[in-house]
Every structure is written in C-alpha cells, then in structure tokens.
Design a protein around this ligand. Structure first.
Ligand SMILES: *Cc1c(COP(=O)(O)O)cnc(C)c1O
Length: 230
C-alpha cells in the first residue's frame, strides 16, 4: 500500500510542477509519519524516503534513536520552549517557530550544542483562532529580530491552511504567503537564507505547489489515515 501511495503522490507532485512550469527538484516531499509505527517508517525508508516530519518531540526522538542516521527529521508541530533541548542537533528543520521566546530558546540551546539551527516562521495566514503562528503583518518585524541570533538561520515560512472540502478554497492563502515570501527575499532582511516555503498537506498540496510551495508535508496520502486511539 505504501508503495502505491508514494507512487501516486510522486505522480501528482510531478504533474502539479509541470502545470506550474516548475522543476520537480524544487519541491521537497516531507513524509509526515506522526502516530505511525517505526516499522512503517522503515518501509518508507526502504522505498527511498529520507525526509520525515513529526509533530511531537518525544515521538521524534524515539524514532530518531531507532532509525538510520541518514534520515532528515523535520519538526512540524507546535514546540514548547522546555522541549527545545531534546531536538536541537537532531532536526534538519523546525517548521513551527512562532514566538520570540521560542526563538530565544532555540538560540540558547543551539549555542550550547555548538550548532546553527534552521527554522521556518509559522504563519497563521487565515487567522484561525485554533491555530498557532504569527499574523502576516507580524512576520517581517519578527524576522528582523531573529536574524540577529547567530545560532539560528531563518530559512523561510510555513503555514497550515484551513481544513476545507475543496482545496481551491486555499489557493489565495497559499498565494498570499508566497507573496510575503518573495517580499522577504527581495528586501533581503533575512541575510539571503530564505529559500523555503512549506505549505500544502494531503488535501491541498497540488494547489500549494501551483502557488509556489517548495516543501509539502504529506501524511495521510502516504501512510493512510491516522488512528489516535492506539
Ligand atoms: C499532520 C500534519 C501534516 C500532514 O497532514 P495530512 O493531512 O495527513 O497530510 C502536515 N503538516 C502538519 C503541521 C501536520 O501536523
């Protein structure tokens, strides 16, 4: 099942790139493996997947210890400051930075660890009450503050679009975030490190790619529905 799912996702990513006149290699697929057992991740690994996304610190570190070292782990879920120390040095990218307090902790722990941590700024484009993330107008002032931190690299922006029946409903959200992303790059407030736009999930990744996503985070479409009761 995993193999067929991956094939289908790959085909749909390639088709969306084609429609948008973009190159396939400009879009990174993140296999979102949260709640899924290690065996299933290993199966995906054996099929060539090297980038996995997790949303809980404990789950990420447990899987990190049990799976091959060349996996690149992405922290995509809300991150509490007191848990930063467990993942610094283990993640290729933290997608969910949404406060100065969190950025300060990442700076501090990265310094201790002797590394520079790549992060994305999470943006709540639709201003949903239930979601984390900065509002659009807060993003540039926020980045201007955290570019001062020597142990953090701001690599781009991330959003979780609303859950909608028809993915077309999220097109303007993706387009708006893309506009902000281009603006940040053009103004060069990031010291030139911004090159990632993480948007699009199982329901809406094709639209996100058409609107400029450089990373898509796909869980259900690869691993099947999640069962939170086990
Ligand atoms: C769970 C999750 C995803 C993947 O969701 P699917 O709809 O299963 O593809 C993507 N991004 C984040 C932040 C998530 O928590």
């Amino acid at each position: 099942m995993l193999k067929e799912n991956l094939q289908e996702v790959e085909e749909r990513i390639a088709a969306a790139c084609m429609r948008a006149g973009r190159r396939r290699e400009d879009v990174t697929l993140i296999a979102v493996s949260k709640t899924k057992p290690v065996d299933m991740l290993r199966e995906a690994y054996d099929l060539g997947i090297r980038v996995f996304g997790e949303n809980k610190v404990q789950e990420l570190t447990e899987k990190y210890d049990r799976l091959p070292e060349d996996i690149r782990w992405h922290m995509i879920g809300h991150l509490q400051t007191n848990k930063v120390k467990y993942i610094v040095g283990k993640t290729e990218l933290i997608h969910s930075v949404d406060s100065l307090k969190l950025a300060e902790m990442i700076e501090k722990e990265s310094q201790k660890h002797g590394c520079v941590t790549d992060i994305l700024v999470e943006v709540n484009v639709a201003e949903e009450e239930s979601k984390f993330g900065l509002r659009m107008e807060e993003v540039i002032p926020f980045i201007e503050k955290i570019v001062q931190y020597p142990h953090i690299n701001v690599r781009g922006l991330m959003t979780i679009a609303p859950f909608v029946e028809n993915p077309e409903e999220n097109r303007t959200i993706f387009a708006d975030l893309h506009k902000l992303y281009v603006d940040i790059k053009e103004k060069n407030i990031d010291n030139g490190t911004v090159s990632i736009l993480s948007m699009g999930m199982t329901n809406d990744y094709e639209v996100a790619i058409e609107e400029g996503a450089t990373m898509v985070r796909i869980g259900t479409g690869i691993f099947g529905a999640r069962n939170y009761n086990i």
